[in-house]
Design a protein. Structure first.
Lengths: 191, 191, 191, 191
C-alpha cells in the first residue's frame, strides 16, 4: 500500500484544522483599538495552536518521508492522531475566550497529551512494519523530545488548577523546544 | 481517464467534512467542568461520525488502489457518495444536540444508509469497467460486510422510534465491524 | 509551467466550496419531523448547488486533462472562475432561506451566469496557448452546451421577477443537461 | 527533502483561506435588493482579499517552481507566511463590516505588511539554500515589486488614520500591480 494518499489526506485535514481555527476569532463589534482587546487572548491561543499544528505537520512530513510503506494499522493510527488534533480548534477557542481559566487550560493540555500519545503510537506502528534496524527506527531513536513533551503536559495539567499561567507556560516551552527543527531524521535520511 | 484527481478531490472533500464537524462543538459559555456536560453528547456524536468518515476514507483508499481506470459514470457515482457523506456534519450536530431523540437518530441512520448504498453503486460502476474477473471484482467479492451494514441501518431506522439507544448501538456496532481493516482487497492486491 | 498545482489548488477550493455549503443547513431547534420542514428549502438549494459544483469539477477535470501546459493568464482565468464559484454558498443560503423569492433567485442566476462566462474565458485562454488545431480546441469544439446554458441563465434572471419558480426550473434544466457526461473531450482524448 | 508536500500543504491552506472568507458574507435577512446593500462592503473586501490570496498563490507557485530543494528553515518560513495569510479572513470581515473605519483598515494593512515581509523572508531562506548565482536567485533579482509593495503598505497604515479611503486605495494599487503576472521567474525558468 502506498503512502501518498495518507500524506494527501493528512495534509488536507491539517490544512483545514490550521485554517478554521481563525474562524473562532470573531470580528469585534466596534472599530476602536479597545475593541480588539478581547480578541487578543483568542489571538494568542491561536498563535500557540498554529505553531503546534505546524510542528505536527513538520514532524509528520519528516516521519512519512522516512517511511517506505504503510498498512491498515498505520492508516488508523494516523486517523487517531488527526482526531485529537481536530479537537485543537475547540480547545483553543475555549481557552482563548476564557483568559486562561483552570479547566480550559487543563483540557487544552489533555488534548495535547493525547495527540502526543497518538503520535507515539503512530511511530511504533511504522517501526513495526519497517523493523527495528530500519532507517526509520534509528532516526526516531529514543525520541527524547517526545518523552519530555509528554512529561511536561502531564505535569502541566494538574498545575492548571493551581496556577493556569504555569501550565500555559509549559505548553509554550514544549512548542519552542520543537520549533528547533528535528534534525535527527533529516540527518539520517541524508546519509 | 486517470484516477489521481478523483482521489485528490475525494481526499479534499473528506478532509473538510471530517474537520468542519468539530465546528459544531461550540465553546461552552462557562469554564467549569459542568459547562462541558452539554458538549459531551455532541462530542460522542462527533467521535462516531469521525470514525465513520475515517472508515469511508479507508475503504475508498483501498477501493481506488485496486482501480485501474475511471470514467464519467464513476466520477458521478463518487460525487453521489460524497454528497451523502457531506450531510454527516448536519446529522451529527442534530443528533448530538438533542441527546438521541427519535427523529435525529433516524435521520442520522438514513444518511448512513444512503451513503452505504452510494458506496455500493460506486463499486458496481467500477466493476462494470474492470470486468467481473478483475482483481477489483474478486477482491470486493460478495461484499458481506457492506450488506450486513445496510441491513443493520435498515433495522435501526424504525427502531429509533421505539428506543433511540438501540438504533445508536446499531450504528456503533457497524462502525466497530468496519474498524477491523478490510483485508480482502489488501490480500488480493498483494498476491 | 506545469498544470499539476493548478489542478491541486482548484481541487482544494472546489472541495471546500462543496463542503462548507452544508454549514448553512443549521441544525433545527426541535427534534420533530416538522422541525426539519424549514431546512427542506435550504436542502434543495444545497442539492442543486452540489450538483453544479460537481459539474464544474467534472468539466474542469476533463478540460485540464486535455491541457498540455498553462501560463500566467490561465492561472488568473482559473482563479476568476473559482471566484464566482466561491460565491455559490452565499447565493445558495440566501435562496434556500427565502423560499425562492425573486431577488435571491435572480442573484443565484447571475452568479451562475458569471461562472459560466468565466469558464468560457478559461477555455479561450487555454485554446490560445494550444492553438486552434489542437486536441483541446477540437474537443471543446463549438461548445454548444455552454452557449445554451448561458442563454438559459440570461433568460431566467429577468424571469425570476415574473415567477421565480420558472427561473429555478431553468437552473435545474441546465444542471440535468450537464449531468449527461461530456463525452466530447473524453472521445477525442481516447482517439 | 522534497518540496511536493510543502506545495500540497500550502495549496490546502490557501484553498481553505480563500474559501472560508466567503462565510463572513452572511445571507441577508430580507429578500429585496436593499437588503444586499450592507453586504456590498463585505463583498468588496472579499474581492480584494480574494485577489491578494490569489496573488500569493500565484507567486508561491512560481517561486516553488524555481525551487530545487527545501529544508527545515524553509518549512517554517513557509508556515510563517501562511500564518499571516490565515489572518486575512479576520481582517477582511472587520474591514468589510465597518465600512473602512480607521483601525480596521490599518490592521488590514498591518497583516498585508507582515505577510509581505514573511514572503521576503521565505525568498531569502530559499536563496540561502540554492546560492546567489542560482536560477532562483537571479529570477527573484532585486524584487522591486516586493519592495514597492512594502513601502506602500508602510505609508498606507498611518494614512488610514487620516483618511481610510487613501489607505484602501493603496492596497488596491498594490493588488493591481501584482495582477500583471510576474514574468521574471517565468522568463528565467524558460531559458
Amino acid at each position: 500500500m502506498n503512502k501518498s494518499r495518507l500524506e494527501a489526506f493528512s495534509d488536507g485535514v491539517l490544512a483545514v484544522i490550521i485554517t478554521i481555527m481563525v474562524l473562532e476569532m470573531k470580528s469585534p463589534g466596534g472599530t476602536s483599538l479597545a475593541d480588539l482587546r478581547p480578541v487578543i487572548a483568542v489571538f494568542l491561543s491561536y498563535v500557540l495552536s498554529f505553531v503546534y499544528i505546524g510542528i505536527y505537520w513538520n514532524n509528520h512530513h519528516h516521519l512519512l518521508h522516512a517511511t517506505q510503506r504503510v498498512n491498515g494499522a498505520t492508516l488508523w493510527a494516523n486517523l487517531h492522531l488527526l482526531f485529537w488534533l481536530s479537537l485543537v480548534p475547540f480547545t483553543t477557542a475555549w481557552m482563548g475566550e476564557n483568559h486562561l481559566d483552570s479547566w480550559p487550560v487543563a483540557v487544552y493540555g489533555i488534548v495535547l497529551l493525547l495527540a502526543a500519545s497518538a503520535y507515539f503510537i503512530l511511530t511504533r506502528a511504522l517501526i513495526r512494519i519497517h523493523g527495528h534496524g530500519s532507517t526509520l527506527a534509528t532516526s526516531i531513536g529514543s525520541d527524547r523530545k517526545g518523552k519530555i513533551s509528554i512529561a511536561i503536559y502531564a505535569a502541566a495539567i494538574p498545575l492548571a488548577f493551581v496556577q493556569p499561567w504555569i501550565a500555559a507556560a509549559g505548553y509554550v516551552i514544549v512548542a519552542i523546544m520543537w520549533l528547533i527543527p528535528d534534525r535527527r531524521i533529516e540527518r539520517r535520511v541524508a546519509q
